[in-house]
Design a binder for this molecule. Structure first.
Ligand SMILES: Cc1cc2nc3c(=O)[nH]c(=O)nc-3n(C[C@H](O)[C@H](O)[C@H](O)COP(=O)(O)O)c2cc1C
Length: 178
């Protein structure tokens, strides 16, 4: 069977985003199991109902690529114990116009990292409410809260972190391939 294709939204858009780094590690662990289509959500305009019926190309491209994927992976930073607005903007675009959401029924995974001790628990607990409403089929277990290590010698995660990530990746690959 062909590898499942996963559409990826990374909620950190700064050039040194830790969540982008986390996704790079995720991709390495998933090599040979999953393929990825990463979308730069910073290219989407702020959502407005004034333009939802005739949106710019970035939006039509975004929706087309989600529809063509077998699953979705969300990688979220934590901003003020919630998830960043730029991620909510992307989720909102995918849900509109009313009746044409691309999210319903898609298998989904949710991970995130921050330097803080709770490793995006606050962000993830809030985004879960939105994902449930959008009818994404979120893999509920294992959960993935991750304090990004202060050092990554040789550009690698410490072994315990790598094992944690590879456990998640295996379960997620099964989830989207069902
Ligand atoms: C506006 C703002 C709010 C933040 N709030 C939190 C927070 O609630 N919890 C936390 O652990 N880190 C918080 N941080 C620190 C982020 O976790 C840190 O900047 C992280 O690197 C952001 O993810 P990114 O590197 O992928 O963009 C906040 C950062 C910003 C800019």
């Amino acid at each position: 069977m062909a590898q499942a294709k996963v559409f990826v939204l990374v909620g950190g858009i700064s050039k040194d985003s830790l969540n982008r780094k986390l996704f790079q590690f995720f991709k390495e662990e998933a090599a040979g199991k999953l393929s990825f289509d990463q979308f730069g959500i910073e290219s989407l305009p702020f959502f407005s109902q004034d333009i939802e019926d005739d949106p710019p190309e970035s939006v039509t491209d975004f929706k087309k690529r989600i529809a063509a994927s077998d699953g979705v992976l969300i990688v979220t930073p934590e901003y003020n114990r919630s998830f960043p607005g730029v991620l909510k903007n992307a989720l909102d675009w995918g849900s509109r116009p009313y009746g044409s959401s691309v999210w319903g029924g898609k298998p989904a995974g949710l991970v995130g990292t921050s330097p803080g001790a709770i490793g995006t628990f606050g962000a993830q607990s809030q985004i879960r409410q939105v994902l449930a409403f959008l009818d994404l089929r979120l893999m509920q277990q294992p959960e993935f809260y991750f304090t990004f290590p202060k050092e990554t010698p040789g550009g690698k995660l410490p072994e315990s972190a790598r094992n944690f990530l590879s456990g998640y990746v295996s379960k997620f690959a099964d989830w989207v391939s069902r």
